[in-house]
Design a protein around this ligand. Structure first.
Ligand SMILES: [Zn+2]
Length: 81
């Protein structure tokens, strides 16, 4: 491996520890729930999930789990703040 690549890998390891450098603007994920898979999206700081609970409450276990996984890279919702 060339020294340029070694340097990039070292930098990537450091960046991976510095989550506040990263801000997700949008993404879409499939979430394997206990009963069915759900589609979760994040766009313009807004979460959406196709589960019934999210439809009535605007937040659900799927969005909250993803918020925990992505902590530091997205704004915290009022549910977790
Ligand atoms: Zn959900």
């Amino acid at each position: 491996m060339d020294s340029g690549m070694i340097g990039k890998i070292e930098k990537a390891k450091r960046y991976a520890e510095e989550r506040d450098r990263i801000n997700f603007e949008s993404f879409k994920a499939t979430f394997e729930g206990e009963n069915n898979p759900h589609t979760v999206t994040f766009e313009n700081d807004n979460w959406n999930c196709d589960c019934d609970y999210f439809m009535t409450r605007g937040v659900c276990s799927h969005t909250m789990a993803l918020e925990r996984i992505l902590e530091g890279t997205i704004p915290l919702s009022t549910a977790l703040a």
